[in-house]
Design a protein around this ligand. Structure first.
Ligand SMILES: [Zn+2]
Length: 151
């Protein structure tokens, strides 16, 4: 999406959780705890993906997009379909999107990423957003390599 900015990627955290699980330091019961609300949001507003669930490996993950921001008023905290986001991005100045992956088979769920959307990004978003994103993605893989080298 054109106005997407200040992207925070949570794949490192997800890998850490999966490592803990493999090592037996946490149980599937601790990580497969999707609430009925989250599962409903996944069913009615979710975006199907072709990624297999890392836990049960029998279902594909569904992405749920939650929106937050003062301009949303009573809609803040609600799930929206991916198709609705560009429309909101053209009408609102700025709002936060949290993407959560959910498995409707085993209830695995984890934050995928968060980012800002809105009209503010069209005019002035170029001076800070992309730079921060570049730093984050450059730091990510290096950090991961170090972690793996230690193990
Ligand atoms: Zn699953």
């Amino acid at each position: 999406m054109r106005t997407q900015r200040q992207v925070v990627d949570y794949s490192l955290q997800k890998r850490a959780v999966l490592r803990e699980l493999l090592a037996g330091r946490v149980g599937t019961y601790d990580v497969c705890d999707a609430s009925p609300y989250l599962k409903n949001a996944a069913r009615f507003h979710g975006e199907p993906t072709d990624q297999r669930c890392p836990i049960c490996r029998s279902e594909n993950l569904t992405h749920v997009h939650y929106i937050y921001g003062d301009e949303l008023k009573q809609s803040a905290g609600q799930a929206r379909t991916l198709a609705e986001l560009p429309v909101l991005a053209m009408t609102l100045r700025e709002f936060q999107v949290f993407v959560v992956e959910v498995c409707l088979g085993c209830d695995w769920n984890h934050l995928v990423e968060q980012y800002l959307l809105g009209r503010d990004g069209l005019a002035a978003g170029t001076e800070s957003g992309p730079e921060q994103g570049a730093v984050a993605s450059a730091a990510g893989p290096a950090h991961r390599r170090r972690r793996e080298a230690q193990q």
